[in-house]
Design a protein around this ligand. Structure first.
Ligand code: MCN
Length: 838
């Protein structure tokens, strides 16, 4: 366990797997979520949504709906137009970079109103809103709204969308290109033209639908006399939401309070400012009553952002030995119909990392963002980094195959040597610290890599008599989190800062309150923040209360996303505690009648050097600071401090995941036999919570690898619009994971911590796909892409074996998206053997 950087701090709780303080309330049903909120006189909101993907609205008749029982009001987009000072915000308009040859075009940000006014652009676009005395009455009234649509041609395929002559979704832009953004370093063309080995592959990363257990929801309570509003929202970002709702609705920011109560998961999907949040606030203002909306699951599949949906043309140049020379990436990102809060920036989060943990001299990345008639995409766990990791980790296997080496060997050949000081890499980033050999060594050892390869060779020699194909897949990933410093974010045109705040309040009874600007929604900040505070102040974690998620209680915050919270918010807390100790030291010295320098902070208290029985604890000092009976002349009463921390750099967690699969050659069904994850998130605050984060992340990554894919038909109808058609694995489909860690402390912050919240989701998909590809290579399959569903694998095997009636070839680079229906992909035939998959 790495020691806290503060040399005199006693470390007692950091590194311990304390049980989560959050859990008793949640497990006994006492957690208060949005749907638990009921206010006197509260009305319910329901949104009428377009059933078609692209159409002009020629008329909306709400007269019958207004007559329905319990209905208070019905409004169309036109009727609410005066409520908005601005459309729904896109806060990351990304900066323009012009490398090479003028291939950059700044993003076009379309107007995005909470309700469409004259045209709908995706199935689920809101067209009208009902407010009624109950949820059932509001829903019933939706049925009575009569909308006439004049259908327009629909574009769901991002490559089609870019072709000349394709219908344009936002006509005034002239075409469907949202932007082109590029980044280059080194002599890319020269490296590629001279390299003895060039490997090129094309990957499609499917569109994913987030499935947090709690759907989205919002309640707004107006105080008409004061012009004030309290907004409860199932959000990850109460602070950002408050600011942006105030701007969108032209309400003074000081009159809006946002509370994120218990939030049942978000995975990026609640990192947004949604139409329903703006609508509920506008309606509460207009009608003067509290307004509540809670999303239904199938509604959420249309109205909550989707993730991923990118085509990646990935190329690497290398020597005959497999030493990487250059990486060239051409990416197409399907943004759907509008740009949500940070949509344009998501590909950039991967754009700097397509070389992974491998040293190379030339790099080029170009991303073209595309509008289509689909739900907007935005941040979904990993956000850009799973895409980059997938591409580089898949192609490292292809490179290994090409140069005739083991995938582990090629990786080891290309790893950066271990480093403990920041290292500048080809994209200009400064990796904070890393030891990639150590995590792969450990993972190989844990999984029994050499034995598995020997077993694989043996089984192949015998012709795999049981029909089960053994595959081993490696993913040695890196990611970046805790985006900072704020000046760097400015250069990328990110609309907010990268800092975080914490306030520590030491009460006279010895109890401590920590107020944090982070907004946990499952990550356990109450527990880990208590551990950090306890060590820094010499108290028990049980004596620490952590307050979060309410802009009136913690006014200064940048919220929780991008695995930033411990590296930025945890460090802010660490720094606030340092301020407390600095003040407490003065008081303790005064009371003990010694010089400050004579005191040492040891075992959680100030002790007089050489006379340890003369000591003061922080609780004792807090009491003295409260009575203020005998304070030094220059010291104010009270023991409270705030720190706002803007880190000097990102943190770069990394690790090695190895997946072992057996693919049934007759059905295409993949069974994960073993999954080993060795992650390096620097110093660990709470190993139990870190393991939980990896568990959840890996499960999500396996789901992405084997099951999940949002599919649209040619009319732009989401055909995987509910949980029976969009396949989410249950625990039954997942193996036990074997987890371990290496610890390479970050140089970015004094605790040495790096993030862990997204690591599993980033690492797992290529580990699984490399394993499946390795398995089916034994029967001649050259390429397999996401998701490796039983049917897709079965068809690839049939094709490699020379075809079978009705077999559909899966080719390298097939986008596989819009033409496939769930019936055609995994709900029948071979995939029926998937049994428990919902
Ligand atoms: N931690 C630790 N030691 C470390 C790193 C982290 O003990 N070296 C602890 C932290 O103190 C914190 C937890 O692990 O309690 C996660 O910390 P961090 O990596 O900083 O991530 P965030 O708290 O910022 O969470 C965001 C991240 C993201 S981006 C997504 S998406 C995600 C995730 O967390 N969504 C989640 N994990 C989730 N977990 C749940 N249950 N629900 C979600 O929606």
């Amino acid at each position: 366990m790495t020691q806290v950087a503060e040399p005199e701090a006693a470390q007692r709780y950091m590194g311990q797997g304390l049980l989560r303080k959050e859990d008793p309330e949640l497990l006994t049903g006492h957690g208060r979520f949005i749907d638990d909120i009921a206010l006197p006189g509260m009305a319910w909101m329901a949104v009428a949504r377009s059933p078609v993907a692209h159409a002009n609205i020629t008329s909306i008749d709400t007269s019958a709906a207004k007559q329905m029982p319990g209905v208070l009001a019905v409004f169309t987009g036109e009727e609410l137009a005066s409520e908005w000072a601005a459309g729904l915000p896109c806060a990351w308009p990304i900066g323009s970079r012009t490398l090479p040859e003028d291939v950059t075009r700044d993003p076009r940000i379309p107007d995005h109103w909470p309700l469409a006014k004259d045209r709908v652009r995706y199935q689920g676009d809101g067209v009208a809103v009902v407010v009624a005395d109950s949820r059932a009455h509001a829903k019933d009234a939706l049925e009575a709204i009569d909308v006439d649509y004049e259908d327009l041609p629909v574009v769901t395929d991002m490559e089609e969308a870019l072709k000349e002559g394709t219908p344009v979704i936002h006509e005034h832009f002239g075409d469907n290109e949202a932007y082109v953004w590029s980044l280059a370093s080194g002599e890319v063309d020269k490296v590629f033209s001279e390299a003895p080995v060039v490997v090129k592959e094309r990957y499609y990363h499917p569109r994913l639908i987030p499935n947090a257990i709690e759907p989205r929801g919002v309640v707004v309570q107006p105080n008409p006399a004061m012009g004030e509003y309290t907004v409860w929202s199932a959000t990850q970002i109460p602070h950002i939401l408050k600011l942006l709702l105030a701007l969108t609705l032209n309400i003074p920011e000081t009159k809006v309070r946002v509370i994120a109560p218990e939030v049942g998961g978000g995975f990026g999907s609640k990192l947004n400012v949604y139409a329903e949040e703006a609508l509920a606030l506008a309606l509460a203002r207009r009608l003067g009553v509290p307004v509540k909306w809670v999303e239904e699951r199938s509604e959420g599949y249309l109205a909550t952002i989707h993730g991923r949906d990118v085509i990646q043309e990935m190329e690497v140049a290398a020597t005959e030995e497999g030493k990487l020379l250059g990486v060239r990436v051409n990416l197409y990102a399907d943004f759907g119909a509008y740009l949500q809060l940070v949509t344009p920036g998501i590909p950039l989060l991967g754009g700097f990392l397509y070389h992974g943990v491998y040293d190379c001299q030339a790099y080029s990345f170009t991303c073209t963002g595309v509008f289509t008639n689909k739900t907007p995409t935005d941040a979904y766990r990993g956000a850009g980094r799973p895409e980059a990791t997938y591409a580089i980790e898949r192609i490292m296997d292809a490179l290994a195959k090409r140069v005739g080496k083991d995938p582990a060997e090629v990786r080891e050949l290309n790893f950066y040597a271990p480093f403990t000081e920041p290292k500048e890499v080809v994209t200009g980033l400064q990796f904070d610290s890393g030891n990639y050999h150590a995590s792969l060594d450990k993972a190989k050892q844990l999984v029994g890599y050499d034995e598995l390869r020997a077993e694989q060779a043996r089984r192949r020699e015998q012709g795999n008599p049981d029909g089960r194909l053994l595959g081993i897949g490696i993913s040695t990933y890196i990611e970046m989190c805790g985006l900072a410093p704020s000046q760097t974010l400015a250069a990328l045109k990110y609309g907010a800062g990268g800092w975080e705040s914490a306030t520590v309040r030491c009460h006279p009874t010895g109890k401590v309150t920590v107020v944090t600007g982070t907004s946990p929604h499952g990550q356990g900040h109450v527990t880990t923040w208590s551990q950090i505070a306890a060590d820094a102040l010499g108290v028990s974690p049980d004596d620490v209360e952590v307050l979060h998620g309410d802009t009136a209680v913690s006014p200064l915050g940048m919220d929780t996303y991008g695995s930033r919270s411990v590296a930025v918010g945890g460090t802010a807390l660490y720094k606030a505690a340092e301020k407390i100790r600095a003040k407490a030291r003065k008081i303790a010295a005064h009371e003990l009648e010694v010089a400050e320098d004579d005191l040492e902070w040891k075992d959680g208290k100030f002790q007089v050097a050489g006379a340890p029985d003369k000591a003061k604890t922080i609780p004792e000092v807090a009491f003295s600071a409260w009575t203020a009976h005998s304070l030094p002349a220059d010291v104010e009463p009270g023991l409270e401090a705030t720190a706002v921390y803007d880190p000097p750099n990102f943190t770069f967690p990394s690790g090695a995941h190895i997946c072992v699969v057996e693919v049934d050659a007759d059905t295409g069904l993949t069974r994960i036999r073993k999954y080993v994850a060795v992650d390096d998130c620097g110093t660990v605050v709470n190993p139990l919570i870190v393991e939980g984060q990896v568990h959840g992340g890996v499960a999500q990554g396996i789901a992405e690898a084997l099951y999940e894919e949002a599919l649209y038909d040619e009319n732009g109808t989401l055909v995987t619009g509910n949980m029976s058609t969009y396949r989410i694995p249950s625990a039954a489909e997942l193996p036990g994971f074997q987890l371990d860690r290496t610890e390479t402390p970050s140089t970015t912050n004094p605790m040495g911590v790096k993030g862990i919240g997204e690591a599993g989701t980033i690492a797992a998909p290529p580990a699984v796909l490399n394993a499946v590809a390795d398995a089916v290579s034994a029967v001649g399959v050259e390429f397999i892409d996401l998701p490796a569903s039983a049917e897709r694998v079965w068809r690839a095997i049939q094709d490699a074996r020379g075809g079978s009636p009705g077999a559909r070839t899966v080719e390298a680079g097939e986008t596989g998206a819009s033409s496939m229906t769930p019936e055609a992909d995994g709900q029948s035939g071979p995939a029926s053997s998937e049994g428990g998959v919902r």
